[in-house]
Every structure is written in C-alpha cells, then in structure tokens.
Design a protein around this ligand. Structure first.
Ligand code: F0G
Length: 457
C-alpha cells in the first residue's frame, strides 16, 4: 500500500532491551503465560495496546507547563472543555480519569436492573459496567463483523433489523440507551458509516431511546469514512468527526487513544439534566467536575492532542502504518481480519491454529508464541477477553478468536513494524509446532484477560 512518510521526526528516544529466546521462555513462564503480566522492559515491540502509549508532540509537552493545578475551576479545564466542544460538538463536558470512569458514570445514571443495552459488538469494560448495573447486553452489529474474511468496508455498522428485533422483544421502555462505538475495537478497529450511524440514531430516537457513542477512536473512524463512504471523500476529517457525533446524545471518551495523550477522558452530554446528574457522580467517583481525576496538565495535553489528532497528514500516516502491517501479513498468507482496522491488525487465531481447540484458547496461545519469537507483545481478543456470562456463569465463545496487534501512535518506525511482520510470519510458517494450548491456572472474576494466569494444557 501507499506508505506516506511520517509527518514528524524523533526528538527524544527511549532505549529498548533485546532479550534472548531462553530469557523470554523464563519470563513468560513467570508471567503465567499471560503477556499482560510481563514487565514492559522485557518487551521489544509493545503492541499490547494503543491506549495511553502514544508519543506526545513537543507542543503537547510544552502544554503540560501551562497546566493550572487549581482544585476548582482550573483554567486548563476550560481549555479542555473548549477543545471537546469545538471538535466533537457536545455542550456539556465532564472530565474523567479515563474511558471506564465515564462508562461507570453513564451506566450508573441510566441503567436499572432488568434493562437491556443494544450495541455494535461490545468492549469488555463498557459491557462490564452495563452488566454491573444490571443490564443485559445485546449485540446488534452486522453479521459481517463476525466474519474475519469479509471485506465489508463498514463492519462496525448496526444491523437495523437486529436493533428493531431487540426493541420489539424487550420494549423501548426497558432500553435505557443504545451503546455505539466508532471504530469497533473488538471487531478489529472496524468503522461505522455516517449513514448507518445516522439511521441507527433515527430508529432509536423514534422510540424515545438515546444513543451514546464511544469516541475513543472516532477520528480513525472519520478517516476511514473519508476513504470508503460515498460522498465523504471531499470533506475534512474534522468535519466528518462532527458528522459522526451530531446525531448522538452524548459520548464517552478515552483520550488515551485518538487524542494522543497518555491518560484522561471525558463524558459529554447534550441533556442538561443528565449532565447535572453525571457531575454529581463524578464528584463521588472521579474528582471535582473541573478535573475528574486528571491533573490540569493532562487536560492541556489532551486539548492540544485533540487538535493534532484531526490533522490530515497525522491521521493518514497513522492509519497507513496499520495498513502496511496488515498488507505484509496478508501477503504472506497469515489469516488476518480484513480489511485492516484503524488502530490494529488482528490475526485470526482460530484459523491460524486450527489444531488448538477453542477450550485451550488459541488467541492466548498465539500471543505467547509471538512473544517468544522476537519479544513482540500483542493481546488476546477472543474467549479469554469475552469472559463469562453473568447470568449463567458459563464461558462465552465469541465468533472471533483473535490476537490483536495494536499500534501506538507516533511511537514505532517502519523497521519495527517489519520486525513485527517478520516474527508473526515466522510463527505462522512453523505453526504446526504449536501442539497444545493453555488452560486457566487463576481466573479473576472481572476483565479476566488482564490478570489471569495460565498453564500449558
Ligand atoms: N472503549 C473502547 C472502545 C476502548 O478500546 C477502551 C479501552 C475503553 C472504552 C476504555 O477506556 O482504557 O481509558 O478506561 N481500550 C484499551 C485497549 C484498554 O487496549 O483496547 P480506558
């Protein structure tokens, strides 16, 4: 694919340590076969997440110095509020320490036990908060999202028929809101089209149901709309971002993704009464409503990062780097989720390791193999991440059993990406050597993928 040169140069470096295979075998055993429990200094290229791992610009670092650390009414809050209002278009901006802080507040405000939340696939922390507050989650994403080989350009789209069926089956009164994401992380960073998002909002609103958008990667979604959705090629990413947010009733944001910051987030709402209720909960769980768990300097870094995130040369190079990795793996015959997403390339571990049964977690097994090969860390996005059904206690078996390689923004060079591609291809070519998977040695009750320990099956 076209691989535009990076629109930045390196000003500061962070040395990396290279380990031997023998060292990695020992380190992984100590980490309970869960790369999440490795120390970062034992990882060479860290594609565990694109969350909070971004390189800030010189402008963001200098913005830190402007941080107003006043407890109440800090100037930095108003800078931050103005940036969110300008680029996302929501009136009421409530700061939180990171995305899940906003998910907690929104879920607590709106969800009552016995209610139902439809969404375009799920994200673990988002669904966990919905379920903790007593809702049942319903996946209403298009079928193509569950098919790694489908080339559907908008695998984040809602199947309106599925949404109508949930509304008819549960009753609009029992649906506190529709939970949408742009892009859809668990589907492999797949975008939702402006047309589908707008139609979904119209359907929900016709039944009096509000819609909240997870905007963690909405700028990447906007870029993919510009590339793929008829009618949008001539618009700026900033315009498309506003168009994605416009039909929704509010958003939850992890600023650790698109916004090029290392920490922070926000909840934004249009309804003033709901915003007042949410501010009340922020005081209890996050901090005052003018800092929400962030330092003043964090809010400055986010405000500067938001403006940089919609710059066309930035977002073009960012997504092109992801596409480059996808093309290298795809060309070598590694089964990946098609098309490559906005922030990650996902390897179809069920297809890649067909001889490892689902009950032995092929995604987790592949994550370990890729680490052992060259010190590259990804994260399982399959049955381990899906967890157990809170009602039955049974394991969930999602259609997608993936190893996600998420690329931090502005951090790695093309040589790093080539090393990742070479090592994943090497694992793929010798895959029949992986004869068994993993079973749990310790399984935590919530978001188990973070702290679980495994043993060879
Ligand atoms: N929503 C989405 C779509 C996310 O990807 C994440 C985090 C969150 C919400 C929660 O935000 O981490 O700031 O509390 N995703 C990270 C990941 C952890 O690796 O995909 P947070």
């Amino acid at each position: 694919p076209a691989y535009p040169p990076e629109p930045w140069r390196v000003k500061m470096v962070e040395p990396l340590r290279v380990t031997t295979r023998a060292e990695r075998e020992e380190l992984l055993r100590e980490a309970g076969w869960n790369p999440c429990l490795l120390r970062s200094e034992d990882v060479y290229v860290d594609l565990f997440t694109d969350s909070g791992t971004n390189a800030m610009s010189d402008r963001q670092w200098s913005a830190l110095m402007r941080g107003d650390e006043a407890y109440a009414g800090a100037r930095s809050f108003y800078v931050f509020e103005e940036a969110v209002r300008t680029f996302y278009g929501y009136e009421h901006v409530i700061p939180v320490h990171q995305g899940r802080g906003g998910e907690n507040i929104l879920s607590r405000c709106l969800i009552r036990p016995g209610t139902h939340v439809p969404g375009n696939m799920y994200f673990p922390s988002t669904r966990a908060h919905q379920e903790l507050n007593g809702a049942a989650f319903h996946d209403v994403i298009v079928d193509a999202a569950h098919d790694p080989a489908s080339e559907h350009p908008f695998k984040g789209d809602v199947d309106l028929g599925k949404l109508r069926a949930v509304i008819a089956g549960c009753g609009a009164d029992a649906i506190p809101y529709v939970s949408l994401a742009a892009t859809v992380n668990m589907a492999g960073g797949q975008p939702i089209s402006v047309a589908n998002l707008t139609e979904t909002c119209a359907l929900a609103h016709a039944h009096g149901i509000p819609v909240f958008l997870d905007t963690a990667r909405a700028v990447e979604n906007a870029w993919l709309v510009k590339q793929r959705e008829p009618g949008w090629a001539g618009r700026t990413v900033a315009e498309i971002l506003l168009a994605l947010c416009a039909p929704t009733d509010g958003a939850v944001m992890s600023a650790k993704k698109d916004s090029l910051a290392n920490i922070g987030g926000w909840l934004a709402l249009r309804d003033p009464a709901l915003a007042e209720q949410a501010r009340g909960l922020v005081l209890l769980y996050e901090g005052l409503h003018t800092y929400g768990g962030m330092a003043g300097r964090d809010m400055e870094a986010i405000a500067a990062g938001i403006a940089e995130s919609v710059a066309e040369d930035h977002i073009r190079a960012r997504v092109a780097q992801v596409e480059y990795l996808g093309a290298r793996l795809g060309d070598a015959g590694v089964p990946i989720v098609r098309p490559a997403g906005g922030h990650c390339v996902c390897i179809d571990a069920a297809a890649g390791l067909p001889h490892v049964p689902r009950t032995e977690f092929p995604g987790q097994t592949l994550a370990c193999a890729v680490y052992l090969e060259a010190g590259v860390r990804g994260v399982e996005r399959g049955a381990v991440s899906a967890g157990r059904d809170p009602a039955t206690g049974e394991n969930r078996w999602p259609a997608l059993e993936l190893l996600r390689l998420a690329i931090p923004r502005r951090v790695y060079t093309r040589a790093h990406i080539d090393l990742v591609a070479d090592s994943v291809i090497a694992v793929h070519r010798t895959r029949e050597r992986i004869t068994r998977g993993l079973t749990f040695a310790y399984e935590p009750p919530h978001l188990r993928f973070f702290q679980a320990r495994f043993k060879p099956a």
